[in-house]
Design a protein around this ligand. Structure first.
Ligand code: MG
Length: 465
């Protein structure tokens, strides 16, 4: 009964707000919000939006993947689109292939890091980047107004099987790294692709680069029997143990669509995304000084220190990978990063790419002749405190308004919540985009100061609840 009421409330909210798209695509639980009927009709709306072009479609290993590929394809074909089915593939492989094969866009069925019962419809433009909010509004308008451009029987599109993108993708990555330097070192690497599509590209790529590759959780299985698809310390215990037990140089973990990458050092310690991102950004700026780096305000000030020390410019954005990608394109940045293990290397493509991140890190190990733990040791040190405070979704904006008023006198950025900069560190206060909570994220070079900042940040939210 409760489930039914929740479902009804959810569909009422959607009808009232006429909004389907969240931070990354249209997200929902399989056969609740995301039914085959809904996905087919959304396919018709997307086909109308794409005006009958050449569209890639593909999915990750989820049990609902092929169901929704078929449903979305039916809708797209009914509007005259030719659908090129890449089957199972990493999201960045499909994104790269869009430009390479001159497609008009892609529909990717992948819930990335979400639990197995979820799936997501992602819409990607002809530049390989997910479409902007303005474009999503156009798609939603077509859907709700039912202004579909259905074709006659003799004008329908068709499905073309297109499994050859992975070779193109692997070769593209090799063009951006020092293949010889990596081959000489013959690294021993353990890869954990979370029983999903990263298993189809990263192990083969590293094998071709002369690495000794050991995999765990590498069979495609939408029940995710090895671990949940979100890479984080709680899910990477087996990878960490394996790296240590067999004396590997590095552990690599992807999320469900392999656009993110987490690393484990040679001692079996899990490296946080901010730290691996910091190492990669430092390396790129060392070779390309004075370039622009883009990162969301949720990233550590450590990134700012690194960028400044290399004479580069850091641009903060709101949280969200599409926002980072769009900013990279707008300001012609060389690289972007997120604290969740997302690396956007623009000379390859301005979107997160897990296999590219993995190979860049291996190139750094090869050229620096240092271990990952030694590279982490050299990074600027910050004490970081992350807290969450429950609040109702309805109150989020009212609370934010009050906090913005109270923090007017500080050096701050207000693009997504508020990030206040102090000489000794920073305080980020922002409402979560997906949960009924406020996040308070503080950091400082001194532990006591970080605690003091956290206390202040929490009090600012609590007194305005
Ligand atoms: Mg992902």
């Amino acid at each position: 009964m409760i489930k039914y009421i929740k479902k009804r409330i959810c569909s009422m909210i959607i009808m009232l707000t006429r909004t389907f798209f969240g931070t990354n695509g249209i997200r929902g639980i399989v056969n609740e919000m995301l039914t085959p009927e809904f996905v087919t009709q959304m396919g018709v709306a997307l086909g109308t939006y794409f005006m009958g072009g050449k569209i890639f479609i593909g999915c990750d290993s989820r049990t609902s993947g092929s169901l929704f590929v078929k449903a979305a394809s039916a809708g797209l074909i009914s509007t005259g689109c030719n659908v090129y089915d890449v089957e199972y593939a990493a999201t960045p492989a499909i994104q790269y292939a869009i430009k390479h094969f001159k497609m008009d866009g892609a529909v990717i069925i992948s819930a990335s890091h979400n639990p197995p019962e979820y799936n997501v419809i992602k819409v990607v433009g002809n530049d390989g980047v997910e479409v902007s909010r303005e474009e999503e509004v156009k798609i939603e308008k077509i859907f709700f107004d039912k202004k579909f451009n259905r074709k006659k029987w003799n004008e329908l599109g068709k499905t073309i099987r297109f499994p050859q993108i992975l070779d193109v993708y692997k070769e593209a990555i090799k063009n951006h790294i020092d293949v010889d330097a990596i081959r000489k070192r013959r690294f021993k690497v353990v890869i954990d692709p979370a029983n999903s599509v990263g298993a189809l590209s990263t192990p083969q790529l590293l094998h071709e680069l002369g690495c000794e590759v050991i995999t765990i959780n590498a069979q495609l299985d939408g029940n995710f029997p090895g671990r949940l698809p979100e890479p984080k310390p709680e899910t990477l215990g087996d990878l960490a143990k394996t790296v240590k037990a067999i004396g590997a140089d590095l552990g690599i973990a992807h999320d469900g669509d392999a656009d993110r990458c987490f690393f484990v050092d040679e001692r079996g310690n899990i490296c946080q995304g901010d730290k691996s991102g910091g190492i990669i950004v430092d390396y790129i700026l060392q070779r390309n000084p004075n370039q622009i780096v883009v990162t969301p305000i949720s990233s550590s000030r450590m990134i700012e220190d690194i960028v400044k020390s290399r004479g580069g410019t850091l641009i903060w954005t709101a949280v969200g990978s599409t926002t980072v990608s769009k900013k990279i394109q707008e300001v012609n940045a060389i690289i972007g990063l997120e604290g969740n293990g997302g690396i956007f290397y623009a000379p390859h493509q301005p979107v997160r790419d897990g296999a590219l991140s993995a190979t860049l890190m291996i190139e750094i190990l090869a050229k620096s002749k240092k271990t990952l733990s030694q590279l982490i040791e050299k990074l600027p040190k910050y004490f970081i405190i992350k807290k969450r405070i429950e609040c109702t979704n309805e109150n989020k904006q009212i609370i934010l308004k009050k906090i913005l008023k109270e923090t007017e006198k500080y050096n701050r950025i207000t693009i997504d919540g508020v990030k206040i900069f102090f000489e000794e560190g920073s305080v980020l206060i922002r409402p979560s985009g997906t949960e009924a909570i406020y996040r308070v994220f503080t950091e400082a070079k001194d532990e006591e100061k970080a605690k003091e900042f956290a206390k202040w940040g929490i009090s600012l939210v609590k007194k305005n609840l």
